[in-house]
Write a protein that binds this ligand. Sequence first.
Ligand code: GLU
Length: 404
Amino acid sequence: MSETEDKIAEAAKKFALKNAFDYGKAQVGTVLNKIFSEVPKAKEIGFPVLKGIVDKAVKEANSLSREAIESEIGKYTFPEHEQREGLPELAWAGEGTSVNTRFAPNPSGYLTIGHSKVAILCDEYSKKYPGKFFVRFEDTDPKTKEPILEAYKLIVEDLEWLGCNIAKVFKQSERLEIYYRYAQKLIESGHAYVCTCSKEEMQNNRREGIGCACRDSSIQDNLDKWEKMGTSFKEGEAVARLKTDMQHPNPSVRDWIMFRIIDKSHPLTGSRYRVWPLYNFAAAIDDHEMDINLVIRGKEHEINSVKQAYLYGALGWKQPNTIEVGIIKASKDFAHKSDIRKAISEGALSGWDDPRAPTVAGFRKRGILPMAIREYVIASGIGKNDSYLDIKKLEAINRDLQKK
Ligand code: GLU
């Protein structure tokens, strides 16, 4: 092997490990791109030879366990400037455009590192193109996502600590009259209906792509049934649906549910309301009402943007610009919020703010500066790739900032 080939092999190994660490799997194309900047002479080597070396490194990296990758990667250094790039410009935002964003958490615990990504990106864009950044608590499901009173406060505190410039905090449970007004309007214009079919019947219809009798009933009949949702129907007996497209390739998009009845007291509004909107309805209405022109959310919501487009269409509104971003997973052990909750209940963590917990409060206790988290998140960018938190990189940024 020539000296250049040796250098390429070393660089290929390093970047393949890094790529596998960040995204769970290394890709030949990504590694090749990095080689050219690290070893300029690589251009002089024939492509088949170059690709052969990279293929081998990628294959090796992908065959290693996460633990092995983690220990190998510690032997290398990565250029610092990679962490300092800012966010890309928004093609649709011209001179003087104000970008209004919102962060919409469920009030169900502390902010995790995964959530903080969306919050920081939103806040950052509202600063880059001076506009407003709102916090909007999604708390319209007192049954399966019962809000935790303390969380409303803790999440705002964490966001403030992260340096987010919150223009206003909204709680969806206090906005039901607004949602009802739009529901009424949609029923009156024939875009929505109240469905009293059994769950099984409706599931069948949606799977087959056929509309039920409720879909074709009169507007007056629907208005009467809508009224009854608030009074006499029992939980599970009626839901309000948006007319979308019963033939949509994705069955979950077909006439999705806007409202359902929940007979459980809400920690903020008690038993004042029993007809609660689902996420897609409340989020879309609010994004319009709050003049949000940039929605950033996790890529698991991609299909929800498709669903919401039907609501925007029915109301004659323009759907906001939307970016669905990849998720930062804390680690294999703490990939989900429920993993943290489990570790706490089993005593493996002392609480959400345990310094070992991948929460904003945990990082704070560990001595990580808010600016370090921001820089890390900004460097992770707005692409769709999920990544694992690179704690060594976060700590390196932190050390760097402490020196300043
Ligand atoms: N509550 C949702 C989440 O935390 C919000 C999604 C959105 O931003 O529309 O994922």
